[in-house]
Each structure stands twice: as C-alpha cells, then as structure tokens.
Design a protein around this ligand. Structure first.
Ligand SMILES: Cc1cc2nc3c(=O)[nH]c(=O)nc-3n(C[C@H](O)[C@H](O)[C@H](O)COP(=O)(O)OP(=O)(O)OC[C@H]3O[C@@H](n4cnc5c(N)ncnc54)[C@H](O)[C@@H]3O)c2cc1C
Length: 276
C-alpha cells in the first residue's frame, strides 16, 4: 500500500504533478457487495509495475468498460507520432472516473469501490461483474493536498467520495484532527475505516431520491448545517454531485468566509448526465 507522506507534508501543490500517460488491462479477481449501495472489485493489473501513483490520497483513474456485450476492452496504443490512438480501428471504450481505494504495488492488486445506481455504464458493469471480467485503466491523478501549516481537515462527500475518505483517513498522521461528513443512502452503507488520526465522522442517511425534497442529494443542506470551523488554518475537501459540491464550496467561502485556496470541491457525478 502506498503511504502518502508527500501529500501530507504540506509541500507545494504542484511540485511533482507530472502525469505519465499509460494504459493497462486488469482482470477482476473478486467482486463483492460491500454494503447495500457499494460493490467492491479487486482488480489484478497486468503490467502494474509500470503504474505511476500520483502521490495524492484521493487519486483516481478512468475505468474503461467493454463497448458492447460482444466486444472486449482494448487499449489505445502509443503510435509512431508519439500520440496514443487506435490505428487498428479498435472500438473506443466508454470510461468513467473511479478512486483507487487501495493499491498494492507488490501484487499489482487494486481495490475499486463502485456505487450502485440506475442507468450507468460503469454501475451496470459492476452489478453484473464476475471474477475474470476484464476492464481497462490508466495511470491515476489526484487533487487532495493539505496546504502548508494546516491544523485540521474537513471532508464533506456523498457516497461516491467514500473511497477517497477511506484512503485519506487511513493515511493521515496520528492525532491529526479531521471532521468528516459522509452522505449515504442508508445506515447500512456506513463503513469502518482504520485511522490513527483524531477523526469525528458523521454519517447522514439522506442520499438518493426522497419524496420530501427535489434532487438526489442533501449535501448542500449538510454543509449549511455546519456553522463554524475549527480554529487555525485548515483544508476543506468536498466531493459529490457537481452542483451540490459547488453549493457547498459557496457556503464555506461566502457564508463562513473561509479562504478559497484552502477548499477543493470536485463534482464527482452530474445529475441527469453521464460522466463522459
Ligand atoms: C475524481 C472522481 C472520483 C470518483 N470516484 C468514485 C468512486 O470511487 N466510486 C464511485 O462509485 N464513483 C466515483 N466517482 C463518480 C463516478 O465517476 C460517477 O458516478 C459516474 O457517473 C458513474 O458512471 P456510470 O457509468 O455508472 O454512470 P453515467 O453513465 O456516468 O451516468 C448515467 C446516469 O446515472 C446518473 N449517476 C451517475 N452517478 C450516479 C450516482 N453515483 N448516483 C446516482 N446517479 C448517478 C447520472 O446522472 C446519469 O443520469 C468519481 C468521480 C470523480 C470525478
């Protein structure tokens, strides 16, 4: 497992962001319903020795799925002109961003947690996935970065951000203060996360369609309920539905006057739209 000492050291944001384009095939070694709304897939990555971790604990990659039931996943190749393409005319594969929940560079095994929902290419693949199924993936990139001098961390995510929450909390140094709000569809979707940090995690079982409100998520409502932040410099990481994540950022920046350079808000999915 990677330890993200660099991501926690407070070094400059961009000093090692050098992305190496590369693609891999990976085979499902196990598929498990982790909680009612989450499917855990362990992938054995072919040629995984080449994989370049991003150094960010929220790192994600694009999972490439079969173009149709009769066509297996194929990868782009590095062409003579130095670009990646499909000179043999192989079919483009639909792909979606997923967080690397765990990476074991010794065994080249990768854990990906996929949220179950209706009408998704990736979610649909996960619901039908079985051992031996083959997907594609690329080198990861990431964003999470504790700015210099941070004394605390706040994370506010829906269930799609739970893999990032798990990875970040596992990597935090002993005693570091973290306050985490996670919106899940049901109480049964809570997870146990191992951490040495000083973490308060608050679960909100409000995710998904509800008769008493429009939309799929109450993340902005959860943010609005946070009226104060710990003292001293900190970092706020927000991940969820795109409009909801933006509304949460607005609450902390404009509502509470928190420094905008210390907030990362990422739209992980877009209501009513595929994440292509
Ligand atoms: C950096 C990053 C990291 C991510 N990490 C993870 C992760 O670890 N695990 C994870 O499950 N997701 C993660 N996501 C979110 C995931 O990429 C999107 O949910 C994606 O749309 C799923 O693809 P799909 O093919 O299932 O659905 P799409 O084909 O993209 O969308 C089809 C329909 O489903 C809806 N939809 C998409 N996602 C959801 C959802 N979660 N709940 C309800 N409706 C939805 C869309 O609005 C659309 O109407 C991450 C996204 C980003 C940007």
């Amino acid at each position: 497992m990677t330890v993200n000492a660099k991501a926690l050291s407070g070094a400059d944001h961009h000093d090692h962001d050098h992305y190496v384009e590369d693609y891999f095939l990976a085979t499902a070694a196990s598929v498990e319903r982790l909680t009612p709304s989450m499917i855990r897939v362990v992938l054995k990555v072919e040629g995984g020795e080449r994989l370049v971790p991003s150094g960010h604990p929220d790192e994600w990659l694009r999972l490439a799925l079969p173009p149709d039931a009769d066509t297996p996943v194929t990868l782009p190749v590095l062409m003579e002109n130095g670009k990646w393409g499909r000179p043999d005319g192989s079919k483009h594969c639909p792909n979606r961003p997923y967080t690397i929940r765990r990476w074991d560079s010794a065994t080249c095994e990768m854990v990906i947690d996929i949220v179950v929902h209706e009408g998704g290419v990736a979610a649909g693949w996960a619901m039908a996935a079985k051992v031996g199924d083959v997907v594609g993936l690329c080198n990861p990139e990431g964003r999470f970065w504790l700015p210099k001098g941070s004394r605390w961390l706040m994370m506010l995510t829906d269930i799609t951000g739970l893999p990032a929450v798990g990875r970040v909390l596992e990597d935090l140094p002993a005693g570091f203060r973290a306050i985490v709000h996670v919106e899940v569809p049901s109480e049964a979707d809570r997870q146990e996360i191992d951490t040495q940090a000083d973490v308060t995690i608050i679960w909100h079982a409000s995710h998904g369609p509800r008769a008493d409100r429009p939309g799929y998520t109450d993340l902005p409502g959860i943010a609005a309920g946070i009226g104060s932040l710990p003292d001293g410099p900190g970092y706020i990481y927000i991940a969820g539905e795109a409009k909801a994540a933006a509304a949460c950022r607005t609450h902390f920046r404009d509502g509470l006057g928190f420094e905008k350079g210390r907030i990362d808000a990422i739209g992980y999915w877009i209501q009513g739209q595929a994440r292509i």
